[in-house]
Design a protein around this ligand. Structure first.
Ligand SMILES: C[S@@+](CC[C@H](N)C(=O)[O-])C[C@H]1O[C@@H](n2cnc3c(N)ncnc32)[C@H](O)[C@@H]1O
Length: 273
Protein backbone atom coordinates (compact mmCIF):
# COMPACT_ATOMS: atom_id res chain seq x y z
CA UNK A 1 0.00 0.00 0.00
CA UNK A 2 1.32 3.36 -1.04
CA UNK A 3 -0.26 5.70 1.55
CA UNK A 4 2.01 8.44 2.87
CA UNK A 5 2.63 8.32 6.59
CA UNK A 6 2.84 11.90 7.74
CA UNK A 7 4.04 12.46 11.28
CA UNK A 8 2.62 15.71 12.54
CA UNK A 9 2.11 16.92 16.08
CA UNK A 10 -0.63 19.29 15.01
CA UNK A 11 -3.22 17.45 13.03
CA UNK A 12 -2.75 13.96 11.66
CA UNK A 13 -4.11 13.81 8.11
CA UNK A 14 -6.55 10.93 7.91
CA UNK A 15 -4.85 8.05 6.16
CA UNK A 16 -6.69 7.28 2.94
CA UNK A 17 -8.30 3.88 3.04
CA UNK A 18 -7.74 2.01 -0.21
CA UNK A 19 -10.57 -0.44 0.35
CA UNK A 20 -13.05 2.36 1.02
CA UNK A 21 -11.91 4.19 -2.13
CA UNK A 22 -12.08 0.95 -4.13
CA UNK A 23 -15.61 0.13 -3.02
CA UNK A 24 -16.80 3.65 -3.78
CA UNK A 25 -15.26 3.80 -7.25
CA UNK A 26 -15.36 0.23 -8.54
CA UNK A 27 -18.20 -1.69 -6.97
CA UNK A 28 -21.96 -1.40 -7.44
CA UNK A 29 -23.38 -4.18 -5.29
CA UNK A 30 -27.04 -3.12 -5.63
CA UNK A 31 -26.84 -3.30 -9.44
CA UNK A 32 -24.98 -6.63 -9.22
CA UNK A 33 -27.61 -8.13 -6.93
CA UNK A 34 -30.42 -6.94 -9.23
CA UNK A 35 -28.70 -8.52 -12.24
CA UNK A 36 -28.01 -11.82 -10.45
CA UNK A 37 -31.62 -12.08 -9.25
CA UNK A 38 -32.92 -11.47 -12.77
CA UNK A 39 -30.53 -13.96 -14.41
CA UNK A 40 -31.50 -16.75 -12.04
CA UNK A 41 -35.26 -16.13 -11.93
CA UNK A 42 -35.53 -15.91 -15.71
CA UNK A 43 -33.93 -19.34 -16.09
CA UNK A 44 -35.33 -21.32 -13.20
CA UNK A 45 -38.55 -19.47 -12.29
CA UNK A 46 -37.60 -19.28 -8.62
CA UNK A 47 -35.46 -16.88 -6.61
CA UNK A 48 -31.77 -17.53 -6.01
CA UNK A 49 -30.96 -17.76 -2.32
CA UNK A 50 -27.37 -18.98 -1.96
CA UNK A 51 -24.52 -16.91 -3.37
CA UNK A 52 -20.85 -17.84 -3.42
CA UNK A 53 -18.57 -14.87 -4.10
CA UNK A 54 -15.22 -16.16 -5.35
CA UNK A 55 -12.29 -13.71 -5.03
CA UNK A 56 -14.60 -11.87 -2.61
CA UNK A 57 -12.10 -9.26 -1.33
CA UNK A 58 -14.03 -7.19 1.20
CA UNK A 59 -17.19 -9.28 0.63
CA UNK A 60 -19.27 -6.23 -0.26
CA UNK A 61 -21.44 -8.19 -2.70
CA UNK A 62 -21.93 -11.10 -0.29
CA UNK A 63 -23.06 -8.65 2.40
CA UNK A 64 -25.45 -6.90 0.02
CA UNK A 65 -26.86 -10.30 -0.94
CA UNK A 66 -27.54 -11.24 2.69
CA UNK A 67 -29.20 -7.88 3.31
CA UNK A 68 -31.48 -8.29 0.29
CA UNK A 69 -33.71 -11.06 1.70
CA UNK A 70 -34.10 -12.88 4.99
CA UNK A 71 -33.66 -16.26 3.26
CA UNK A 72 -30.48 -15.24 1.43
CA UNK A 73 -27.16 -16.82 2.43
CA UNK A 74 -23.70 -15.85 1.14
CA UNK A 75 -20.10 -17.04 1.31
CA UNK A 76 -17.18 -14.84 0.25
CA UNK A 77 -13.85 -16.54 -0.36
CA UNK A 78 -10.49 -14.80 -0.61
CA UNK A 79 -6.86 -15.81 -0.13
CA UNK A 80 -5.84 -12.52 1.42
CA UNK A 81 -6.72 -11.93 5.09
CA UNK A 82 -6.35 -8.14 4.76
CA UNK A 83 -9.42 -7.35 2.60
CA UNK A 84 -11.36 -10.01 4.49
CA UNK A 85 -10.58 -8.34 7.85
CA UNK A 86 -11.54 -4.97 6.38
CA UNK A 87 -14.79 -6.41 5.04
CA UNK A 88 -15.56 -8.04 8.36
CA UNK A 89 -15.16 -4.72 10.16
CA UNK A 90 -16.80 -2.38 7.67
CA UNK A 91 -19.25 -4.48 5.66
CA UNK A 92 -20.35 -7.50 7.67
CA UNK A 93 -20.39 -5.75 11.05
CA UNK A 94 -22.55 -2.98 9.58
CA UNK A 95 -25.32 -5.43 8.63
CA UNK A 96 -28.42 -5.96 10.74
CA UNK A 97 -27.80 -8.92 13.08
CA UNK A 98 -29.92 -11.46 11.21
CA UNK A 99 -28.21 -10.68 7.89
CA UNK A 100 -24.78 -10.75 9.55
CA UNK A 101 -25.35 -14.35 10.55
CA UNK A 102 -26.12 -15.28 6.97
CA UNK A 103 -22.73 -14.18 5.55
CA UNK A 104 -19.48 -16.08 5.94
CA UNK A 105 -16.12 -14.58 5.06
CA UNK A 106 -13.71 -17.42 4.37
CA UNK A 107 -9.95 -17.20 4.03
CA UNK A 108 -9.19 -19.77 1.38
CA UNK A 109 -8.31 -20.64 -2.17
CA UNK A 110 -11.26 -20.66 -4.57
CA UNK A 111 -9.81 -23.83 -6.09
CA UNK A 112 -10.04 -25.82 -2.88
CA UNK A 113 -12.57 -24.13 -0.57
CA UNK A 114 -15.81 -26.06 -0.18
CA UNK A 115 -19.13 -24.39 0.57
CA UNK A 116 -22.74 -25.65 0.54
CA UNK A 117 -24.20 -25.86 -3.02
CA UNK A 118 -24.73 -22.35 -4.38
CA UNK A 119 -27.50 -21.13 -6.66
CA UNK A 120 -25.03 -18.62 -8.06
CA UNK A 121 -21.25 -18.46 -7.94
CA UNK A 122 -19.69 -15.19 -9.10
CA UNK A 123 -16.16 -14.12 -9.99
CA UNK A 124 -16.35 -10.37 -10.50
CA UNK A 125 -14.03 -7.59 -11.44
CA UNK A 126 -12.21 -9.92 -13.81
CA UNK A 127 -10.55 -11.78 -10.93
CA UNK A 128 -10.33 -15.07 -12.84
CA UNK A 129 -8.07 -13.34 -15.42
CA UNK A 130 -5.25 -14.17 -13.00
CA UNK A 131 -5.35 -17.72 -14.38
CA UNK A 132 -3.04 -17.31 -17.34
CA UNK A 133 -3.18 -20.65 -19.14
CA UNK A 134 -6.09 -22.56 -20.67
CA UNK A 135 -5.36 -25.45 -18.30
CA UNK A 136 -5.53 -23.20 -15.23
CA UNK A 137 -8.68 -21.39 -16.29
CA UNK A 138 -10.36 -24.66 -17.27
CA UNK A 139 -9.49 -26.10 -13.89
CA UNK A 140 -11.06 -23.07 -12.15
CA UNK A 141 -14.24 -23.31 -14.26
CA UNK A 142 -14.52 -27.04 -13.50
CA UNK A 143 -14.11 -26.33 -9.81
CA UNK A 144 -16.62 -23.45 -9.94
CA UNK A 145 -19.14 -25.81 -11.56
CA UNK A 146 -18.85 -28.18 -8.59
CA UNK A 147 -19.73 -25.34 -6.20
CA UNK A 148 -23.20 -25.07 -7.78
CA UNK A 149 -26.50 -26.69 -6.97
CA UNK A 150 -28.12 -28.77 -9.76
CA UNK A 151 -29.87 -25.63 -10.95
CA UNK A 152 -27.03 -23.15 -10.68
CA UNK A 153 -25.26 -20.35 -12.51
CA UNK A 154 -21.66 -19.23 -12.74
CA UNK A 155 -21.61 -15.49 -13.48
CA UNK A 156 -18.41 -13.77 -14.64
CA UNK A 157 -17.63 -10.33 -15.93
CA UNK A 158 -15.15 -9.59 -18.72
CA UNK A 159 -13.75 -6.51 -20.41
CA UNK A 160 -12.16 -5.88 -23.77
CA UNK A 161 -12.17 -3.91 -27.00
CA UNK A 162 -9.37 -2.15 -28.85
CA UNK A 163 -8.78 0.29 -25.95
CA UNK A 164 -8.12 -2.64 -23.61
CA UNK A 165 -5.18 -3.62 -25.81
CA UNK A 166 -3.30 -0.35 -25.39
CA UNK A 167 -1.21 1.33 -22.73
CA UNK A 168 -3.45 4.09 -21.46
CA UNK A 169 -4.88 5.74 -18.36
CA UNK A 170 -8.51 6.53 -17.66
CA UNK A 171 -9.42 9.02 -14.96
CA UNK A 172 -12.84 9.19 -13.35
CA UNK A 173 -13.86 11.87 -10.89
CA UNK A 174 -15.59 10.71 -7.71
CA UNK A 175 -16.38 13.89 -5.84
CA UNK A 176 -13.63 14.01 -3.24
CA UNK A 177 -11.11 11.88 -5.16
CA UNK A 178 -10.14 10.74 -8.65
CA UNK A 179 -9.96 7.08 -9.63
CA UNK A 180 -7.23 6.23 -12.15
CA UNK A 181 -7.30 3.00 -14.17
CA UNK A 182 -3.78 2.59 -15.49
CA UNK A 183 -3.23 -0.01 -18.22
CA UNK A 184 0.53 -0.15 -17.95
CA UNK A 185 1.36 -3.25 -20.00
CA UNK A 186 -0.32 -5.06 -22.86
CA UNK A 187 1.60 -7.84 -24.59
CA UNK A 188 0.05 -8.71 -27.97
CA UNK A 189 1.79 -12.09 -28.08
CA UNK A 190 0.69 -13.44 -24.68
CA UNK A 191 -2.19 -11.06 -23.89
CA UNK A 192 -0.51 -10.50 -20.53
CA UNK A 193 -1.64 -7.21 -19.03
CA UNK A 194 -0.51 -5.25 -15.98
CA UNK A 195 -3.08 -2.79 -14.66
CA UNK A 196 -3.00 -0.51 -11.64
CA UNK A 197 -5.56 1.47 -9.73
CA UNK A 198 -4.29 4.78 -8.34
CA UNK A 199 -6.29 7.25 -6.28
CA UNK A 200 -5.65 10.99 -6.50
CA UNK A 201 -6.74 12.75 -3.34
CA UNK A 202 -7.23 16.38 -2.31
CA UNK A 203 -4.20 18.55 -1.43
CA UNK A 204 -1.93 16.71 -3.86
CA UNK A 205 -2.03 13.44 -1.98
CA UNK A 206 -2.28 10.19 -3.86
CA UNK A 207 -2.34 6.45 -3.42
CA UNK A 208 -0.19 5.15 -6.27
CA UNK A 209 -0.65 1.50 -7.23
CA UNK A 210 -3.22 0.94 -4.50
CA UNK A 211 -4.12 -2.22 -6.42
CA UNK A 212 -2.06 -4.12 -9.02
CA UNK A 213 -3.33 -6.72 -11.43
CA UNK A 214 -1.21 -9.16 -13.43
CA UNK A 215 -3.69 -10.80 -15.75
CA UNK A 216 -4.20 -12.45 -19.10
CA UNK A 217 -6.72 -10.52 -21.18
CA UNK A 218 -9.06 -13.37 -22.13
CA UNK A 219 -11.42 -12.96 -25.08
CA UNK A 220 -15.12 -13.80 -24.94
CA UNK A 221 -14.82 -16.73 -27.39
CA UNK A 222 -12.01 -18.23 -25.29
CA UNK A 223 -14.06 -17.87 -22.09
CA UNK A 224 -17.17 -19.34 -23.72
CA UNK A 225 -15.26 -22.30 -25.12
CA UNK A 226 -13.57 -23.08 -21.81
CA UNK A 227 -16.89 -22.89 -19.94
CA UNK A 228 -18.29 -25.39 -22.46
CA UNK A 229 -15.28 -27.66 -21.95
CA UNK A 230 -15.79 -27.42 -18.19
CA UNK A 231 -19.27 -28.89 -18.65
CA UNK A 232 -21.55 -25.84 -18.54
CA UNK A 233 -24.67 -26.65 -20.59
CA UNK A 234 -25.63 -23.21 -21.72
CA UNK A 235 -23.17 -20.33 -21.99
CA UNK A 236 -24.54 -16.85 -22.64
CA UNK A 237 -23.04 -13.41 -23.08
CA UNK A 238 -24.93 -10.40 -21.73
CA UNK A 239 -24.02 -7.25 -23.63
CA UNK A 240 -24.61 -3.69 -22.50
CA UNK A 241 -27.07 -1.46 -24.36
CA UNK A 242 -26.17 2.07 -25.47
CA UNK A 243 -27.66 5.33 -24.25
CA UNK A 244 -28.50 7.25 -27.48
CA UNK A 245 -27.99 10.59 -25.67
CA UNK A 246 -24.26 10.14 -25.08
CA UNK A 247 -23.35 6.88 -26.87
CA UNK A 248 -22.21 5.48 -23.51
CA UNK A 249 -23.28 2.17 -21.94
CA UNK A 250 -26.73 2.36 -20.32
CA UNK A 251 -26.18 -0.29 -17.64
CA UNK A 252 -28.80 -2.62 -19.19
CA UNK A 253 -27.38 -6.02 -20.13
CA UNK A 254 -29.22 -8.37 -22.49
CA UNK A 255 -28.37 -11.77 -23.91
CA UNK A 256 -26.74 -11.43 -27.32
CA UNK A 257 -24.98 -13.71 -29.80
CA UNK A 258 -23.38 -10.87 -31.76
CA UNK A 259 -22.36 -7.30 -30.99
CA UNK A 260 -21.09 -4.31 -32.95
CA UNK A 261 -17.46 -3.22 -32.68
CA UNK A 262 -16.88 -1.38 -29.41
CA UNK A 263 -13.53 0.05 -28.31
CA UNK A 264 -14.19 -0.45 -24.59
CA UNK A 265 -16.80 -2.91 -23.39
CA UNK A 266 -17.72 -4.76 -20.23
CA UNK A 267 -19.91 -7.85 -20.51
CA UNK A 268 -21.23 -10.67 -18.32
CA UNK A 269 -20.79 -14.32 -19.16
CA UNK A 270 -23.24 -16.78 -17.63
CA UNK A 271 -22.71 -20.52 -17.52
CA UNK A 272 -25.66 -22.73 -16.57
CA UNK A 273 -24.64 -25.91 -14.77
C1 LIG B 1 -9.85 -8.00 -8.27
S1 LIG B 1 -10.01 -8.45 -6.54
C2 LIG B 1 -11.75 -8.68 -6.53
C3 LIG B 1 -12.47 -8.06 -5.37
C4 LIG B 1 -13.99 -8.12 -5.46
N1 LIG B 1 -14.49 -9.45 -5.70
C5 LIG B 1 -14.55 -7.20 -6.53
O1 LIG B 1 -15.43 -7.63 -7.28
O2 LIG B 1 -14.16 -6.06 -6.62
C6 LIG B 1 -9.30 -10.05 -6.58
C7 LIG B 1 -9.21 -10.78 -5.23
O3 LIG B 1 -8.91 -12.16 -5.49
C8 LIG B 1 -8.11 -12.67 -4.44
N2 LIG B 1 -7.50 -13.93 -4.90
C9 LIG B 1 -6.53 -14.09 -5.83
N3 LIG B 1 -6.32 -15.41 -6.05
C10 LIG B 1 -7.20 -16.10 -5.28
C11 LIG B 1 -7.48 -17.48 -5.08
N4 LIG B 1 -6.84 -18.43 -5.74
N5 LIG B 1 -8.45 -17.82 -4.19
C12 LIG B 1 -9.12 -16.86 -3.52
N6 LIG B 1 -8.90 -15.53 -3.67
C13 LIG B 1 -7.96 -15.15 -4.54
C14 LIG B 1 -7.17 -11.53 -4.11
O4 LIG B 1 -6.68 -11.66 -2.79
C15 LIG B 1 -8.08 -10.30 -4.31
O5 LIG B 1 -8.64 -9.88 -3.08
Amino acid sequence: MAGKKKKSKKKKAKRPDKYDLYQRSVQEPEADVALLKRLFKSRFGKPARRLREDFGGTALLACEWAKEHRDNRAWAIDLDPEPLAWGEKHNRAALPEDARERVSLIKGNVLTTRTPPADITVAFNFSYFLFKTRAELLSYFRKARTTLARQGLLVLDAYGGADAQRRQKEIREHGDFDYVWDQDVFDPITHDVVNYIHFELPRGRSLRRAFSYHWRLWSLPEIKELLGEAGFKDVAVYWEGTDPKNDEGNGIFTRRNHAPDDPAWIAYVVGTR
